[in-house]
Design a protein around this ligand. Structure first.
Ligand code: ADP
Ligand code: GN1
Ligand code: MG
Length: 376
């Protein structure tokens, strides 16, 4: 559980005291000035377990902010990312005012000069309001919570149903394009820049045996309406209320872009259903918990049912298959490329993640008829 205590620092010291590791000392001081934190104790510490940005909690004795260093290799146009997220934020605030959205809303905080991005020593930071008394989880432990989280992502989708998807800038073009991800894998296999191909021939062969799924996806997409999608509906991108365990907020709006609901559904299946973490090497336990799948179906469809077309409903099972395969392919590609994209903790981390995702994908294939029946 990623639980961030929201007690504010209490101190009798008069001048600011920085409780920050040396690594972050200078940026903490800079951000504190930019965002007007002037209390007596300032601390900054990492939170969460995202793979792309660096997320930290910056606080003084009066205020807490989530500050994030944006990964500008992944998001080369951070101002567009913030523009997208703020458009969504404003839309949700409107819905909330009209009583049509009950969850908390992730809000950007401006600097004292009204800017939403801070550039410092070649890096780009932004701040978000801290949503307190909440926690996120990397593995969901029961069907009730899975249904709660899926319901939250469903509410988010429903609230954005009347938002014009084409207003969002494609911050990562082709983000959920399996054919393109396969092309990238093929290229890296061909180039083998760090000599890792020979160590994963079986994994590569497995991927090659599944390339056909890209054609199935192409055919399905042709029948689907374009939606505003979250595009990263991982379980840890939803905050639970620490006292009630109800949904508190959908967060991490960085990849909100036009897309298809099958991918948001599929990423929930990918990240809620396995009892193991995404990088677990205990592969015999990387399986779909059918009761969790059923909870996702109930929670999500209850919210989007009025807008869900028949073709979309039929495509959900495809989403459940595509996401673990595609993310597995992305982890494997990054491993073969020398680990430039996802943050890793050790040499084989991306390979372990890829194998984990392929194991989950294979279990989804095994259980497909049963899962399909639950959707219908
Ligand atoms: P990343 O892009 O690295 O995945 P996220 O925006 O998902 O970053 O944040 C990482 C983690 O930080 C989340 O899983 C959550 O635990 C915590 N977090 C992020 N934003 C907030 C917030 N506004 N309030 C409270 N916790 C947050
Ligand atoms: C990344 O940032 P984070 O950890 O929420 C990635 C997702 C992957 C996920 C795999 C911008 O999400 O696409 O599904 O890792 N985000 C980006 O855990 O690539
Ligand atoms: Mg995240």
């Amino acid at each position: 559980m990623n639980y961030v205590t929201d007690e504010l620092a209490v101190s009798l010291v008069k001048k600011p005291v920085y409780r920050v590791s040396m690594e972050y000392r200078s940026i903490a001081e800079h951000l504190a000035v930019q965002y007007g934190l002037c209390g007596e104790e300032i601390s900054m510490k990492p939170i969460g377990s995202g793979h792309i940005n660096t997320t930290m909690l910056l606080k003084d004795s009066e205020r807490m902010l989530v500050v994030q260093k944006l990964n500008t290799t992944v998001f080369p146009e951070p101002e567009k990312l913030v523009e997208n997220a703020r458009l969504i934020e404003q839309h949700l605030v409107g819905k909330s005012g009209a009583g049509a959205y009950e969850l908390g809303i992730i809000k950007h905080v401006p600097t004292h000069s009204g800017r939403f991005l801070v550039e410092y020593q070649g890096e780009v930071w932004r701040a978000l309001e801290f949503i307190g008394k909440s926690y996120s989880e990397d593995v969901v432990d029961c069907a009730v919570k899975a249904q709660t989280a899926a319901g939250a992502f469903g509410c988010f989708a429903k609230a954005l149903n009347d938002f014009d998807a084409t207003k969002l800038f494609p911050v990562i073009p082709d983000f959920h394009n399996l054919a393109m991800r396969i092309e990238k894998l093929k290229q890296v296999i061909e180039q083998d820049p760090v000599g890792r191909v020979s160590g994963c021939l079986a994994d590569i062969q497995f991927c090659q045996s599944q390339y056909e799924l890209a054609h199935e996806v192409e055919k399905a997409e042709a029948l689907l309406p374009l939606r505003v999608c979250h595009n990263d509906t991982k379980i840890n991108n939803m905050l639970f209320d620490a006292s009630t365990n109800k949904a508190k907020a959908v967060i991490d709006l960085d990849t909100c872009m036009p897309g298809y609901w099958l991918y948001d559904f599929g990423d929930m299946v990918r990240t809620f259903c396995s009892p193991e973490q995404e990088d677990s090497t205990n592969l015999s336990n990387v399986v779909v918990r059918v009761e969790i799948f059923e909870a996702i179906v109930k929670g999500y469809i209850a919210e989007v049912a009025d807008n869900l077309t028949d073709a979309e409903r039929d495509s959900l099972i495809l989403g459940a298959k595509v996401m673990p395969l595609m993310i597995g392919i992305r982890f494997l590609t990054d491993y073969l490329d020398g680990d430039h994209y996802f943050a890793t903790k050790h040499d084989a981390h991306n390979l372990e993640r890829a194998r984990n995702q392929f194991a989950l994908y294979q279990d989804i294939l095994r259980k497909e008829p049963q899962l399909k029946a639950l959707i219908n």
